[in-house]
Design a protein around this ligand. Structure first.
Ligand code: SF4
Length: 270
């Protein structure tokens, strides 16, 4: 009986690193497959970026959904208990399991876009038939190289990078306060939807907030907006003084990612 071939899969997040990895590997690994685990709550910019990537690759990015369901289905199953950094059922149900179901018992090389200049370890599948590979780490590819790969492909960065440092759900609890303001400014409708989730806490339980220590209602008050912006501008100024030649886009990502790096989710944020 002939042995089944190993499948090679890039699990895309809609972020710059996994996208650069897909481009980098396209002509290096034969029969590469591309997948994206769709929570149903991604940013419009992410869907648009994936469409552009598909056109570049000349191959579909397979969209996976947990048993055909999205975030709201699993939220209802949990009687309205929203995910948080301490209870992160969303990554498990919406990112990890759909990938494992797609793969089944096949032997798979799963290519992960962690760069050589990152220290992150991941929230990745530990199934024995799924082997995680880190080509950027192995080949010493860092952020500048990733930006070059994206530039040369013509894809550039995802549009949300102007105001948000990572891919993932629009209401992701890992995002920083300045990113919540970015959501409010760029997608007021999604901000309102995120706010509505906060008011869904089951009866008898303390109210839920996506962002540490305050509701989105409080965060969107004019005085609070000014305060968050001023705090961010002060950090920017300090960083700019420290690193004279830093580009604006890097500065934003560095400051925001710096604050959330340890807590962020590998599958959602590459
Ligand atoms: S992006 Fe955030 S909210 Fe969405 S699945 Fe990942 S950790 Fe959960």
């Amino acid at each position: 009986m002939s042995e089944k071939a190993v499948r090679n899969i890039v699990n895309l997040s809609g972020g710059k690193d996994s996208t650069a990895l897909a481009i980098y590997l396209r002509d290096r690994v034969p029969d590469l497959e591309y997948v994206f685990c769709d929570t149903d709550k991604e940013l419009p910019e992410t869907y648009e970026y994936l469409n552009r990537l598909e056109a570049y690759l000349g191959q579909p990015v397979v969209r996976l959904k947990a048993r055909g369901m999205g975030f709201d289905h699993f939220l209802a199953m949990r009687r309205g208990f929203l995910p948080s950094a301490r209870n992160r059922w969303c990554t498990e149900q919406l990112k990890l399991r759909p990938f494992e179901a797609f793969v089944g018992t096949d032997v798979v090389c799963s290519y992960i876009g962690i760069r050589a200049d990152e220290q992150r370890i991941g929230y990745i599948s530990h199934r024995p038939n799924i082997k995680a590979l880190f080509p950027f780490k192995k080949e010493g590819i860092g952020r500048e190289d990733v930006l070059r790969i994206l530039d040369r492909s013509g894809l550039g960065m995802p549009a949300y990078y102007r105001w948000r440092s990572r891919s993932g759900c629009y209401f992701c609890f890992f995002q920083q306060k300045i990113e919540w303001l970015g959501l409010l400014e760029n997608h007021p409708d999604l901000f309102q939807k995120a706010k509505a989730y906060e008011n869904m806490a089951p009866k008898g339980f303390a109210s839920f907030t996506w962002s540490d220590g305050e509701s989105l209602d409080q965060l969107a008050e004019p005085g609070r907006i000014a305060e968050i912006r001023a705090q961010f501008a002060a950090r920017e100024a300090t960083e700019r003084e420290r690193r004279h030649d830093v580009r604006l886009v890097d500065l934003f990502e560095d400051i925001v990612a710096d604050e959330s790096m340890e807590r962020a989710c590998l599958i959602c944020d590459l």
